[in-house]
Write a protein that binds this ligand. Sequence first.
Ligand SMILES: [Zn+2]
Length: 372
Amino acid sequence: MMGISIDQDKLVDLFLQLVRINATSRQEKPVVDFLKQRLTALGVSVYEDHAGAQIGGNAGNLLVSLNGDRPAELFLCAHTDTVRPTEHLKPHITDGVIRSDGTTILGADNRAGVAILLYLIETIAGGNVRHRPFEVAFTVAEEIGLLGAANLEWNKLQAPSGYVFDSSLPPGNYISVTPTAVELHIRVFGKPAHAGVAPEKGVNAVSMAAEMLTRFPVGRVDEQTVANIGVIQGGEATNVVPGQVEMRGEIRSFSEATIERLLQQLDADLQAISQKYGGSYELHHRLHFQGFKIPEDHFITRHLKSKMAEVGLTPAGQVYHGGSDANVFNARGRTAINLGIGARNPHGNDEHIAIGDLVKMTELALALVEAA
Ligand SMILES: [Zn+2]
């Protein structure tokens, strides 16, 4: 690569400073303030949007523009919240891998992405790099349902397409296809009665739920679809005919028609079961994230592949069944690919990241924005 070499110690130090900041979803202010302070000190102008107020958080998305007065070509994104606290984090480095002491998460999801993009902006701000006009979005509340991205002030972000630095896959892997995910909330209502004295006066909601579960397909429904009922709650006492059962689940599919068909079938089954037992039901569903499929010949796929090759990464497009801010960007018509940054075992206390991966992804970030 002809580009700039990365100061590994400086990058690792930046990452360690970032993971030591305790800032979970809706509580991102300390990390957002840290970013603001560092960037404004360098004369980079930042804009904090109003997403925080909209979602009941204490900080908004931080948008950084490095466009000059040219139209932005690309955006890069990472999220500022961690899934669990990093308070009292004791990072250890062994054999080039950064871990916690096992009592907390490391927070590499997604502070590694934040560190990479902050390092990038600071390098650009230091001058001497001819770069494309680009933007950076540091989003809040990703871990609790992509809420920061969902409430982003879109008129403050110009670029039509970009990259999210938030997949746990090893560098080189990139997510260009994901399913759509829908969350289910089902309640079946029977009628409570004394189970010992007058069971015939009751309608057993557990029996209704059981019958529903025999009809609703869980697990791998077909090649494109998985479904799950993950939570079930109901009943009050052994001698009471249960009056209510609540269930939560989800459907993920690459086919929206299949999701629609399963929802209709579920609704029809619940209706039939309610009639049979003399009970009733409520079925609510909510879009968790919208699926996407980015064409191989799209500019950002081609650009990514050529820059990966430049920094010595082997590009590997992946289908992934989870969601990220990239789903929100794509649903908003801003084409986005989620990049593997190597933050392994996210959300677990054994979360870790190799320094080599951190450096490699920073090289890639620089290559992506360097002027042709
Ligand atoms: Zn993440």
